[in-house]
Design a protein around this ligand. Structure first.
Ligand SMILES: Cc1ncc(COP(=O)(O)O)c(C=O)c1O
Length: 372
């Protein structure tokens, strides 16, 4: 089965991991700080690594101080982790609808959803296209809430010339193998605010801090836990892979852009098909190639493409459709734009090592099904 996304691993990645395995440090060593500074160059802001994109969100919400009784406004058109990290901390998740074309959080819907209990507004850069951060920033500032950007799809993207990592107060990344770069499992949180990043760092290190101690002069071994945290540390072995991958991020972006433009060209004018949105102010790292299958045929096209060995994917089931949210009283129909988007959405294979020949096959099968 041709997957919809997969990693690109070359000999430089293998050598980096082997060197880490032979070093003194499998975890908590120098490769962690190295990867964090390599990431900061791409993100445009200092970064703390964590074990995956889900824990990055959990740590970001914890750093934002999310707790019982708070509200977190976010999009339903995302992987469930964007919402569940906040729910796990006791917040009520408030879903705001998305823009019809990008499927990113709609600032007008956010404006209508915020209250004095809103602690965080959390956007997602769907498919690698950054959300409208300038408008979201205004809303979060007016409510005194923290802006979180789930950039699991978007490392390498820019918005109005600014890299993701500088757009929100806290920005999270995922390095799952289908993402723009991989460490197997892995993630990070970026922030231009040292206070928030210090809280992320403490949370991912079981709450341990070594400065601003309550009890001083106890001895060189002394550390303290002022607030609870978890062990979300990314080991050196995976950080080594991350640094090696980052050296090729420019290549990855070029290839993803090329393949997306090629899909645009090869699929232009196919009846019953709508191609992904473009936005002038963003330079996206194309993470997904999300098409819309019109005329109620999405399920048929999904089944037939899979039967033909093409691993198309649906991104995403509206988050509040999951039983965990249903059981909390969330009902279908809440965000109609997102639900219509979901009903038509299909992600075609897109990854750096996808060959032109494989892409031609995807196009041929899709055109065959849609009868063009
Ligand atoms: C938008 C979004 N947020 C969060 C995550 C969670 O990342 P991870 O799989 O690394 O936990 C993903 C990845 O699946 C994602 O696509």
């Amino acid at each position: 089965m041709l997957p919809y996304g997969r990693q690109s691993i070359d000999s430089s990645d293998v050598e980096a991991v082997v060197a880490a395995l032979g070093s003194d440090w499998l975890t908590t060593g120098p490769r962690v700080a190295d990867f964090e500074s390599d990431l900061a160059r791409v993100a445009g802001a200092p970064c703390v690594t964590v074990t995956n994109g889900t824990t990055a969100l959990h740590a970001a919400y914890a750093a934002a101080g999310v707790r019982d009784g708070d509200e977190v406004v976010t999009t339903p058109m995302t992987f469930v982790a964007t919402a569940s990290g906040a729910a796990l901390l006791g917040a009520k998740v408030v879903f705001a609808d998305v823009e019809e074309d990008t499927a990113n959080l709609d600032p007008a819907a956010v404006e209508a959803a915020v209250t004095e209990r809103t602690r965080v507004v959390a956007a997602v850069d769907y498919a690698g296209v950054p959300a409208d951060y300038d408008r979201l920033r205004k809303i979060s500032e007016s409510t005194g809430s923290i802006l979180v950007g789930d950039a699991a799809h978007a490392i390498g993207s820019t918005y109005k010339g600014r890299p993701v990592g500088t757009l929100a107060d806290l920005t999270t990344f995922s390095f799952f193998p289908t993402k723009n770069l991989t460490t197997g499992e892995g993630g990070a949180v970026a922030s231009t605010r040292p206070d928030l990043l210090a809280r992320v760092r403490a949370f991912r290190t079981v709450g341990v801090v070594r400065d601003e101690l309550r009890h001083t002069d106890e001895g060189g071994w002394w550390y303290e836990v002022p607030e609870f945290g978890l062990n979300y540390r990314l080991p050196d072995v995976l950080c080594a892979l991350g640094s090696a991958q980052l050296r090729r991020i420019g290549e990855f972006k070029t290839r993803r852009s090329y393949l997306s433009a090629r899909y645009d060209e090869l699929l232009a004018g196919v009846p019953g098909l709508r191609l992904p949105a473009q936005r002038a102010e963003v330079d996206p790292m194309r993470h997904l190639y999300p098409v819309r299958i019109l005329g109620g045929r999405r399920r048929e096209v999904y089944d037939r493409m899979r039967a033909a060995g093409i691993g198309v994917q649906v991104n995403y089931i509206p988050v509040y459709w999951h039983p965990v949210f249903e059981d909390l009283g969330y009902r279908r129909g809440m965000c109609p734009v997102a639900e219509t988007f979901y009903a038509e959405q299909l992600s075609l294979p897109l990854f750096a090592d996808l060959t032109d020949t494989d892409q031609d096959r995807v196009v041929e099968v899709l055109r065959g099904i849609l009868g063009s």
